[in-house]
Design a protein around this ligand. Structure first.
Ligand SMILES: *[C@@H]1O[C@H](CO)[C@@H](O)[C@H](O)[C@H]1NC(C)=O
Ligand SMILES: *[C@@H]1O[C@H](CO)[C@@H](O)[C@H](O)[C@H]1NC(C)=O
Ligand SMILES: *[C@@H]1O[C@H](CO)[C@@H](O)[C@H](O)[C@H]1NC(C)=O
Length: 291
């Protein structure tokens, strides 16, 4: 990937991630508290809604940039392999471009999510624990994790819920990104213009795609929250069994309304800012003077 498109991904990702996390932080806090053991009011209710903001701000630009750098690179690099793979498996020399597009977007966004999770998971652990705590800041929560009081090891504690987060992000992104790119493509075809798509239309496509993906992956998000908040690490299977036995089936969908709301509104801002940054850079050729 050339430097200018690398910088475009980096800047668009950073701008998009930071603005989304700032605007929607309070809703995210409410969601975490709804999902935490003991319920909403026992975990802070409406008090200290910005608790944990520090960890979110520190992490949002690097994790979003990692996502878009990987996503934009993979979209270009993986495409020929995926086309070949489809040709080989379907024995069809002219496979449908829609299929190749969809698979490329699923694969690229999954790679992007794994890269982003390197930063996102530790930040989420700190953020969620701070969100359900009455007094401590993100920094104090980090210090406590670094003290390794439960003896599990610092890396294990910081990356608590790593597999569940990946298990949540990959289905999420495999729904969101192909749907988002599909809606954009259809809209662009309807517009019948050669220029880049209007960022507002990109934002609306992102919002629809994000809402659908958020609602359907809520149980995975719920499990991730419970894993991250627990003081000791427990196997996911046991956790699911215990929760199902003690709290019933419906609890797995707790937080669905704030989650769907914030991700569809967040999708509009996140992908809208991303599209906007791309649009500005593409149309101004700001970075085309770089080698
Ligand atoms: C497709 O098949 C050809 C020959 O049958 C092989 O050389 C190539 O590596 C295969 N490509 C993929 C992506 O599987
Ligand atoms: C809150 O922070 C203080 C100071 O770092 C620490 O001693 C205390 O254990 C923390 N409380 C919890 C419940 O994490
Ligand atoms: C942590 O997990 C154990 C085992 O499932 C459970 O008994 C305990 O209540 C959980 N604690 C929290 C804070 O979720």
């Amino acid at each position: 990937m050339v430097l200018s498109s690398f910088l475009t991904s980096l800047l668009s990702g950073a701008a998009a991630g930071t603005s989304t996390d700032l605007v929607f932080f309070p809703i995210d806090t409410l969601k975490t508290r709804l999902q935490a053991k003991g319920g909403f009011f026992a975990n802070g209710g409406y008090h200290g809604i910005y608790r944990g903001l520090g960890s979110a701000i520190v992490a949002s630009a690097p994790s979003a940039s990692l996502f878009f750098i990987s996503y934009d690179t993979m979209k270009v690099e993986a495409r020929p392999y995926i086309e070949k793979l489809i040709q080989n498996t379907t024995k069809n020399d002219a496979p449908s471009t829609q299929l190749a597009d969809t698979l490329t977007h699923m694969f690229s966004s999954s790679v992007g999510e794994v890269a982003a999770c390197l930063v996102r998971v530790p930040a989420e652990v700190i953020k969620q624990r701070t969100q359900v705590h009455k007094t401590n800041s993100s920094l104090q929560t980090l210090k406590i994790i670094l003290r390794n009081e439960n003896g599990d090891g610092i890396r294990k504690n910081l990356y608590r819920g790593w597999s569940t987060t990946i298990m949540r992000e990959i289905p999420f992104t495999c729904i969101q990104f192909p749907l988002y790119e599909f809606l954009k493509k259809k809209w662009k075809e309807a517009d019948a213009s050669d220029g880049p798509l209007n960022p507002v239309k990109g934002a609306i496509s992102g919002s629809i795609a994000g809402g659908v993906a958020a609602a359907t992956t809520t149980p995975l998000d719920f499990l991730k929250t419970r894993l991250m908040l627990n003081k000791t690490s427990i196997p996911v299977r046991h956790l699911v069994q215990n929760i199902y036995r003690d709290e019933g089936f419906k609890i797995f969908f707790s937080g669905i309304i704030p989650r769907t709301m914030w991700i569809s509104a967040g999708g509009a801002i996140f992908l809208g800012v991303y599209e906007m940054t791309h649009y500005v850079i593409d149309t101004s050729h700001l970075l085309s003077t770089f080698p």
